[in-house]
Design a protein around this ligand. Structure first.
Ligand code: B12
Length: 209
């Protein structure tokens, strides 16, 4: 089995104790960090499908998430560069009712390496907490949501920001169920399907500001 296939398998089966060494081994063998990350994301897709069909349950999903997070820790220095430019502060969080944070953490990491100072509010963040975190240096708010059931919370968050004193702050939204149509419909300034394009979109939004 190739090292990348091994990493994929270890995430899928939630082998939290073995994943760091396997990820380091794959890097040592010359695999690109982005390629290993793709394999981890694919593995989480498989985990999601298995959950959908009832082959696994929440605890298995949780342990796969823990394995992925440990693997990402090893990849982090290889994924995130250091930018010389400062783009201002971005407040990021997963919306109220939603506990998924792997995608949000990846977006935060990429924004940070692009030059943003990132204030991460964590998961299950109510609209008021997003608004309270918007200080003078904040240029962007990024909201993540993975559940269709928390899409209304994302709508409420964007609406609350846009009707607050911080209405001029750009809001970027994302997460698996978020489409560009939905983003437009709820009044967000933009959306992106993955962490890499989140950075591109974030920079575009600031330029347009
Ligand atoms: C791991 C996981 C969990 C873990 C989360 C642990 C953690 N620390 O995150 C736990 C076990 C807690 C969990 C719980 C639940 N989960 Co869950 N979970 C998953 C799983 C398997 C992987 C998610 C993941 O990390 N993917 C990998 C990351 C890298 O991808 P991502 O999050 O999509 O992020 C990328 C993009 O979306 C984007 N992005 C993300 N955020 C943002 C933000 C911005 C601003 C931008 C621009 C882009 C962006 O960039 C990211 C990087 O490229 C998914 C299945 C799947 N295929 O996604 C189900 C899934 C999301 N869960 C699901 C469900 C149903 C649940 C539960 C309701 C189950 C239950 N019965 O209790 C609970 C809900 C708990 C809650 N209140 O949130 C469903 C959601 C269905 C739906 N359509 O709503 C899914 C799709 C599984 C399924 N197929 O049924 N889950």
């Amino acid at each position: 089995m190739s090292n990348i296939a091994a990493v994929r398998q270890l995430v899928e089966t939630g082998k939290t104790k073995l994943i760091a060494a396997a990820t380091a081994e794959a890097l040592k063998e010359g695999a690109a960090a982005t390629e290993i990350l793709e394999a981890m994301i694919d593995a989480m897709g498989v985990v999601g499908e298995k959950f959908s069909t009832g082959a696994i349950f929440v605890p298995e999903m949780l342990i796969a998430a823990k394995a992925m997070s440990k693997g990402v820790e090893v990849l982090k220095p290889h994924l995130a560069g250091k930018s010389a430019t400062s783009l201002g502060t971005c407040v990021i969080g997963t919306v109220k009712g939603d506990l998924h944070d792997i995608g949000k953490n990846l977006v935060a990491m990429m924004l940070e390496s692009a030059g943003f100072t990132v204030v991460d509010l964590g998961v299950d963040v109510p609209a008021e907490k997003f608004i309270a975190a918007i200080g003078d240096d904040v240029k962007l708010v990024a909201c993540s949501g993975l559940l269709t059931t928390t899409m209304p919370a994302m709508r409420d968050t964007v609406a609350a920001i846009k009707s607050s004193a911080a209405s001029h702050i750009k809001v970027l939204v994302g997460g698996a169920p978020v489409t560009s149509e939905f983003a437009r419909e709820i009044g967000a300034d933009g959306s992106a399907p993955d962490a890499g394009s989140a950075v591109v979109r974030a920079k575009e939004l600031l330029k347009a500001a």
